[in-house]
Design a protein around this ligand. Structure first.
Ligand SMILES: *Cc1c(COP(=O)(O)O)cnc(C)c1O
Length: 405
């Protein structure tokens, strides 16, 4: 018997071991719900015996990673035996220069997800509150639960508009963190700059505003802000960014936060020393220099978003105007059926059920070819021929079962 293998005792498989001695997990774990990721391409290929699967479920970059990032990773492979830079110094300075912010106001992490956890670990005591919207990114509530804090989720009504007043009315003396995701996942709606400034300036003193700007690159509304200009003017907030979406590096894990130097120091204090691997640091730094790849990504997304929303509209499907790289579409009571039928045809989208939107599917903006494949499959599944926009308005008005989202 291998003395180091504690999962097996006398060759009894671990899951049948009756000996349950040892500490109980923290009470917070009882309330933790596992993150539900988008289905993977390999799973769906195997399950349905398909050659090609199109994944429009996780808002990944349809053009792939930056070629410069791939080259940087290849160039570093022979140095993999070395520990990475614990502060990601090179990447941090590069970001600071690019954003005209001091390097002391930036922390690099293993994806924006890690930053959310670090912020919660740094600031939340049991019984504290975080305030955010619903539906939104699930990781804010995860971080809150992890620290035994309460999450207050203010429902988005009225076309999913992100209104400051709704958060302000919930932010009390126990509220340490307010999370705003803009553009918001999964709705694609955003908080205008004046609204964000209003929110920040009216929050109680002991409360920190966290702006998750994971999708900021895709926003083109004139009154959108990614928060960096507020930071430059000295405002106290934390801005989260990721290399997973516009930069196409979701698999290698890198993100960063910018904020006041004292806040960043608190986050550095709770992070593990080597949280960002060397390949990720190099890939992210190279991707920042790849302006051609970013431009192509943004052009593909801007065109694709219109193509997708118009295509859905011509099939009589309503969708929410999006400032992001995904579109939330309302299939009324057919959403679950459509989801399953798309999977069978090798197209993965995200069900809205986990956000309490069982009528909706969230569809990532793919390439033009991927969007056309999706629309052709939808046309087939719904047994409707595409119609012109005015016809589709008429069809919608005639069908009261289709709800506006
Ligand atoms: C994808 C996403 C992130 C980024 O996650 P990473 O951990 O950097 O991959 C952060 N916030 C939101 C709202 C997201 O959708």
């Amino acid at each position: 018997m291998n003395p180091f293998n504690h999962s097996k005792r006398d060759n009894v498989p671990a899951d049948t071991v009756q000996d349950r001695r040892g500490p109980s997990p923290r009470s917070a774990l009882a309330g933790m719900q596992p993150y539900v990721p988008g289905r993977s391409i390999s799973d769906i290929k195997a399950e349905y015996g398909l050659e090609r699967v199109v994944k429009l479920a996780s808002n990944e970059n349809p053009l792939g990673p930056s070629p410069l990032a791939m080259q940087a990773v290849r160039g570093l492979l022979s140095d993999m035996h070395r520990y990475p830079d614990d502060r990601a110094g090179q990447l941090r300075s590069k970001l600071a220069a690019k954003l005209s912010l001091p390097a002391s106001g930036i922390i690099v992490a293993n994806g924006a997800d890690e930053l959310i956890t670090l912020i919660c670990e740094a600031y939340l005591e049991p019984g504290d509150r975080i305030v955010t919207y619903a539906p939104t990114f699930s990781e804010y509530a995860f971080g809150g639960r992890l620290m035994n804090a309460d999450t207050i989720a203010v429902p988005l009504v009225d076309s999913f508009a992100l209104r400051a007043e709704d958060l302000l009315s919930e932010a009390d003396a126990r509220t340490k963190l307010v999370f705003v995701c803009s553009p918001n996942n999964p709705t694609g709606t955003y908080m205008p700059k004046t609204e964000l400034e209003h929110l920040r300036s009216r929050l109680p003193d002991g409360c920190l505003l966290v702006l998750d700007a994971a999708y900021s690159h895709f926003a083109d509304a004139a009154d959108y802000t990614d928060g960096f200009e507020l930071l430059r003017s000295g405002a106290r907030l934390v801005v989260l960014q990721t290399f997973s979406k516009a930069y196409g590096l979701a698999g290698i894990r890198a993100g960063f936060a910018a904020g006041p130097a004292d806040v960043i120091a608190h986050l550095l204090a709770v992070k593990e020393p080597f949280n960002v691997n060397a390949l990720a640091q190099a890939a992210a730094a190279a991707a920042l220099d790849d302006e051609a790849h970013l431009e192509a990504t943004l052009r593909t997304n801007a065109e694709g978003r219109i193509r997708l929303r118009n295509g859905l509209g011509s099939l009589g499907i309503r969708s929410v105007p999006s400032q992001s790289n995904f579109v939330l579409a309302n299939f009324a009571d057919g959403a679950a059926h459509v989801y399953g039928e798309l999977l069978r045809r090798g197209i993965i989208v995200r069900s809205g059920a986990g956000w309490g939107l069982p009528d909706c599917l969230r569809i990532s903006v793919g390439t033009a070819e991927e969007i056309d494949l999706l629309l052709a499959s939808l046309s087939d599944i719904l047994q409707v021929a595409p119609v012109t926009p005015c016809e589709s308005d008429a069809r919608r008005q005639a069908d009261p079962s289709k709800r506006q989202v």
